[in-house]
Design a protein around this ligand. Structure first.
Ligand code: SIN
Ligand code: FE
Length: 311
C-alpha cells in the first residue's frame, strides 16, 4: 500500500518539535524515500480564500491564465504565460499568489521534514488548471502514462525530485495511478532496454558526437547533464513508450480528495494523472546525502549497478 495518510494529531506532534515528533518525521522520510506517497486528507498548507477564488475563476473570465503555469521562486517569475495577451494586473496577482504559495510550502516542509534540515533547493511551483482527462499531448509529454520524472533542461545531478501537490478543485478528486518504486522496477528497463549508465569520461565523447550530429552543438553546453541525468531522462521517455510496462506493471489507483495534499519522490515513483482539474504543486530538489535511507536514492542505486560514480 503506497499511500500513507497522516492524521492531524500525528502532524501536530511533528510540528510541535517534540522528540516523539522528530522520530515520527524520520519514519515519514523513510516511507517517502522508499516510494510511499504521504497523504494529507486536509492540506496543511491552506490557500487563502481570495487566492483560491482567483485561481478557480480564470476559466470563466476568459483569461489567458488558464494554461499550466510555472513559477520560478528564485527569480520571482511566471513562465508559460503569454505576456501580451494576459492583463498585467492579472499577471501581477497570479505572481503574488504563487509567491505566497511557494513560500508557505517551503515553510511547512522546513518544520515537517525535520531530518532534511532544509538541505534542498526550492525549484519551480506550478498552477495546473487544465482538465487532465483526455488531454491531447505528444507521447513524451503525456502525464496519463506511468512515468518517473526527469527535467530535460534542469539536470538535478543526483538530487532527488520531491513534489508537494494540492488538489484545489472544490468538488472533484484528482485521480492518479502509482507504480512500484525505482529499485523494484528498474530491472524491467536496464540493462536490457537501457544500458546501465557509465561514468562521465566514458560517455562524454559519444554524447558530444551525437549532439554535433543532431546539429545541437551550440545548444547543449549550458545544459550539463551528468550520466545520471542522461539515464533518468531516457528512463522517463522509455517508460512512456513501453506499452508492455504501461499495461503490465503493478500499480494502484489513488483518488486525492478535494482540498487534500500529498507528496512523493516523483523521480522514483512511477505515476500518472488520469483525471482532475485545478492543482497547485511545489517542487523541491533534495540532497541525496541527507536521506534517512541513503541507499534509496536512485543515484546510489545506479552507482551500485555501474560500480562507479555517476555525478
Ligand atoms: C505529473 O507529474 O506527472 C503530473 C501530476 C499531476 O499534475 O497531478
Ligand atoms: Fe510526472
Amino acid at each position: 500500500m503506497p499511500v500513507f495518510p497522516i492524521a492531524p494529531a500525528e502532524l501536530n506532534d511533528v510540528l510541535s518539535g517534540s522528540p516523539e515528533g522528530a522520530s515520527r518525521a524520520r519514519e515519514w522520510c523513510a516511507l517517502l524515500e522508499g516510494g510511499g506517497v504521504l497523504y494529507f486528507p486536509q492540506t496543511p498548507v491552506p490557500v487563502p480564500d481570495a487566492d483560491l477564488a482567483f485561481l478557480l475563476s480564470r476559466q470563466q473570465t476568459g483569461s489567458n491564465l488558464h494554461k499550466n503555469i510555472a513559477y520560478k521562486p528564485n527569480r520571482d517569475l511566471l513562465s508559460g504565460v503569454d505576456r501580451k495577451s494576459a492583463a498585467s494586473a492579472e499577471l501581477k496577482k497570479l505572481r503574488e499568489i504563487m509567491r505566497r504559495y511557494s513560500a508557505a510550502v517551503d515553510a511547512f516542509l522546513s518544520r515537517f521534514l525535520i531530518p532534511y534540515d532544509r538541505h534542498w533547493r526550492l525549484d519551480y511551483a506550478s498552477f495546473r488548471p487544465i482538465e487532465e482527462e483526455g488531454r491531447d499531448l505528444p507521447l513524451r509529454r503525456r502525464n496519463d502514462l506511468l512515468h518517473t520524472d526527469a527535467f530535460p533542461t534542469r539536470p538535478t545531478r543526483g538530487w532527488r525530485i520531491l513534489r508537494f501537490f494540492h488538489n484545489i478543485h472544490p468538488e472533484r478528486t484528482r485521480d492518479w495511478v502509482v507504480g512500484a518504486p525505482f529499485p523494484r522496477i528498474i530491472g524491467n528497463f536496464t540493462p536490457g532496454k537501457l544500458a546501465v549508465p557509465r561514468p562521465e569520461g566514458l560517455v562524454s565523447g559519444a554524447s558530444k558526437f551525437a549532439a554535433r550530429a543532431a546539429g545541437l552543438g551550440g545548444l547543449l553546453p549550458h545544459i550539463k547533464r551528468t550520466p545520471y541525468d542522461e539515464f533518468m531522462m531516457q528512463l522517463h521517455n522509455l517508460m512512456k513508450e513501453d506499452s508492455e510496462f504501461q499495461l503490465g506493471c503493478s500499480r494502484q489507483k489513488v483518488q486525492f480528495a478535494p482540498g487534500s495534499s500529498w507528496m512523493v519522490y516523483t523521480e522514483t515513483v512511477p505515476h500518472a494523472v488520469l483525471a482532475g482539474q485545478y492543482a497547485l504543486e511545489q517542487t523541491f530538489l533534495v540532497d541525496p546525502a541527507v536521506m534517512v535511507v541513503p541507499e534509496s536514492a536512485p543515484v546510489r542505486v545506479l552507482e551500485k549497478m555501474a560500480g562507479a560514480r555517476l555525478v
